[in-house]
Write a protein that binds this ligand. Structure first.
Ligand code: NAD
Length: 265
């Protein structure tokens, strides 16, 4: 996909990885809808982007992705504002093992919903595989995480869903590629959540174990995750792929054995 003049909707774009995604897409000439719950930080990011790229290139849309109507409205606003949608990045996520239901709601259910809504806007519109959906999972979607079991479950769910719906999109010739990104630890505000009892609950006493893991594996810069996103978007051959990003191997892909059964369509 040539990114110039494409329109992207990114959830959780106010800060962290989502903001780095927005920056990278704006640098490539895209227009970007920044969707986030955090109005103050979201508006501040939009102002910073306005200074660098001009006021017409981005829009901030306040939205709680866990609210179905809110999420549908955000897609509608972005589509009406820019006249189309080419790229959806379901990135918003939380780390909360205490109020764990919201972790499943935001990290998994809202990613599934964002994918379905994205497909409704993009399928069969852009021929030649021009639509793209990228779901943000985590390395915790591929391996166990002893002190974040629900976060881990939500990210495993994102990977299973993404690989499956990507096969369906291809079988139906929707013209929308769907992939996922799995970063290791990334230097963003979400890392502060491990310090808080209200986030870690039962696992609070293990925060030092998580810190030790961070030190062992290292912490990535959000700009590297954005590089991974650009790679997925620019390579039209990628569908149903799980990109891993780690300190020791950089950007690479999870290898799977071929599936014995393929759709006849
Ligand atoms: P972050 O906390 O810095 O940013 C997350 C953003 O999502 C925030 O702007 C927040 O306001 C927004 N958000 C949270 N709940 C929302 C909701 N209900 N509706 C709308 N917006 C909401 O975290 P981050 O590290 O940038 O995380 C981005 C994604 O990357 C998440 O899915 C996270 O699980 C994943 N991830 C992060 C790391 C890491 O170490 N930072 C590693 C692997 C995967």
């Amino acid at each position: 996909m040539h990114l110039k003049d494409k329109v992207a909707l990114i959830t959780g774009a106010a800060q962290g990885i989502g903001r780095a995604f927005a920056q990278a897409l704006l640098e490539k000439g895209c227009k970007v809808a920044l969707v986030d719950l955090n109005v103050e930080v979201g508006e501040a990011s939009k102002s910073a982007f306005d200074k660098e790229f001009g006021t017409q290139r981005s829009i901030f849309i306040a939205c709680d992705v866990s609210n179905e109507e809110n999420l549908k409205d955000a897609f509608k606003k972005a589509d009406q504002h820019f006249g189309k949608l080419d790229i959806v990045v379901n990135n918003a996520g939380v780390n909360n093992e205490k109020n764990w239901e919201i972790t499943v709601q935001i990290n998994l259910i809202s990613v599934i919903r964002g994918t379905y809504i994205g497909l409704e806007y993009m399928k069969n519109k852009n021929k030649c595989s021009e639509g793209a959906i990228v779901n943000v999972a985590s390395l915790a979607g591929l391996i166990p995480a002893a002190f974040q079991p629900v976060y881990c479950a939500s990210k495993h769910g994102v990977i299973g869903f993404t690989r499956s719906i990507a096969m369906f999109s291809a079988a139906e010739n929707y013209g929308v590629r769907i992939n996922a990104i799995c970063p290791g630890f990334v230097n963003t505000p979400i890392l502060q959540s491990i310090e808080k009892e209200e986030n870690m609950g039962l696992y609070s006493s293990h925060k030092q174990d998580i810190k030790d893991m961070m030190e062992f594996y290292g912490v990535l810069d959000p700009s590297l995750i954005a590089e991974g996103l650009i790679k997925i978007l620019e390579d039209d051959t990628l569908n149903g792929e799980i990109m891993k990003i780690t300190t020791n191997q950089g950007i690479h892909f999870q290898e799977y054995s071929p599936l014995p059964f393929q759709s006849r369509k």
